[in-house]
Design a protein around this ligand. Structure first.
Ligand code: ADP
Ligand code: ASP
Ligand code: MG
Length: 404
């Protein structure tokens, strides 16, 4: 008998028929003699709809209240799934984040899980029941509802699996597993049987939304076996695991992209020590994560400094930047929120030269201009205009021979 955490994403619970399908899958696992905890997302499109309602009331809605609104999507699906299971003759009980409790910090909209209670879930399992847990949400020390960032149900599931010491955390979604790149934009993409946590961490952080980055961090830290697979068939999916377990590694194992990017440039900043700190401290204080930073060399005592933020933080970041620009005497702040980041990832890049060159040549052959570059040991990211994203992914996928 194993303890299995199954997470079903939005498309897997998008209709009543699909919720019935999820109930059947959870029931089947239970019938096989396993203890089952199901973590669910909101029905597909629901979180966007909820955030859209708030956006009609305020340009930058109060984030505590935004979480109150956004978290309701998952409350609906846990109730519906528990009803479906009960109707099939199973004992099932739904739990919201605060009923577990899933304790988080107070960073609304992108809260981090600190601690998970397990007695409520374990009591249900001991009684032979199926526990149905709301993904994406938690509660902070002040008793306020928090959410874990978009795609956060993956993190809820892996964190619950870690807390319960589950044998496996199955992430059920609308694709068969983790592919060399998003199979929805590149027909040629190939499914990976296994992927190292390190590579998955990079792919996730660079935009491969199949797993939320924090879920991979939890998996890595607590050694949770993560199996990404489809909720619509029984094909084996992709196992995310420790690097040692993977025999052969390709130089490049995957390509990720993110359209959730915006770039902001401080134009003609007096180039003095301490300027970068002055620019970035107010952004940090506003809880805005800065990603790629490009600073031009100054010849005349002035410099241009460009950085990227998540598109969802763009308006807030521009407001903060405008205030800073006046303080430091920058000529102006200009922004563009139609930017994408395309990244290639591979453990073996560490020991292979020429990967960056191949990226630059491949993009230049298509006339795609590179607006910024960052690299780490196992990845190269380039910023480009959003409209070239799909083209860039496809040509790079071919150039690195990733096709199936
Ligand atoms: P869920 O609603 O189940 O959480 P998501 O939409 O968050 O599903 O994640 C699944 C989607 O991730 C797929 O439909 C696919 O478009 C996208 N995706 C991006 N990169 C990859 C990749 N490398 N492998 C598989 N899917 C990917
Ligand atoms: N419903 C949330 C979202 O759309 C969480 C999730 O799906 O994982 O981001
Ligand atoms: Mg998701």
């Amino acid at each position: 008998m194993a303890l299995i955490v199954q997470k079903y994403g939005g498309t897997s619970v998008g209709t009543i028929e699909k919720i019935k399908n999820v109930a059947k899958r959870a029931a089947r696992t239970h019938d096989e003699g396993h203890q089952v905890v199901v973590v669910v997302s909101a029905m597909s499109g629901e979180t966007n709809r909820l955030l859209g309602l708030a956006a009609q009331l305020a340009e930058i809605p109060n984030e505590r209240e935004l979480d109150v609104v956004a978290s309701t999507g998952e409350q609906v699906t846990i109730g519906l799934l528990a009803i479906a299971l009960t109707e099939m003759g199973y004992k099932a009980r739904s739990f919201t984040g605060f009923q577990i409790p899933i304790e988080t910090d107070t960073a609304y909209v992108k809260a981090r899980i600190k601690k998970i209670g397990h007695s409520a879930i374990m009591d249900t399992l001991k009684e032979g029941g199926i526990a149905v847990v709301a993904g994406f949400q938690g509660i902070d020390e002040t008793g306020s509802i928090t959410t874990l960032g978009r795609g956060g149900s993956d993190t809820s599931a892996v964190a619950v699996a870690a807390a319960l010491k589950a044998d496996v955390c199955e992430i059920y979604t609308d694709v068969d597993g983790v592919y060399t790149t998003d199979p929805n934009i590149c027909e040629d993409a190939r499914k990976l049987d296994k992927i190292s946590f390190e590579e998955m961490l990079e792919l996730a952080s660079l935009g491969a939304k199949v797993l939320q980055i924090r879920s991979v961090e939890f998996g890595m830290k607590y050694g949770v076996r993560i199996h990404v697979r489809s909720s619509f068939n029984d094909n084996p999916g992709t196992i995310a695991t420790r690097e040692e377990e993977i025999m052969e590694t390709a130089v490049v194992s995957g390509i990720a992209f993110s359209k959730n990017e915006a770039k902001i440039t401080f134009v003609k900043v007096p180039d003095k020590p301490g300027i970068a700190a002055k620019i970035f401290k107010p952004l940090t204080d506003a809880n805005i994560v800065v990603d790629v930073i490009v600073q031009n060399v100054s010849v005349t005592g002035f410099t241009d400094l460009t950085f990227t933020v998540a598109r969802s933080d763009y308006k807030k970041a521009m407001q903060v930047a405008d205030v800073t620009a006046k303080e430091i005497g920058a000529a102006e702040v200009v922004g563009d929120d139609k930017i994408a980041k395309v990244s290639i990832v591979g453990m073996a890049m560490r020991s292979h030269a020429g990967v960056a060159m191949k990226v630059f040549e491949t993009l230049s052959a298509e006339g795609i201009n590179i607006l910024g570059i960052t690299t780490s040991e196992i990845k190269i990211s380039v910023l480009i205009e959003e409209k070239y994203t799909e083209l860039a992914v496809r040509v790079l996928h071919t150039a690195f021979g990733l096709g199936g």
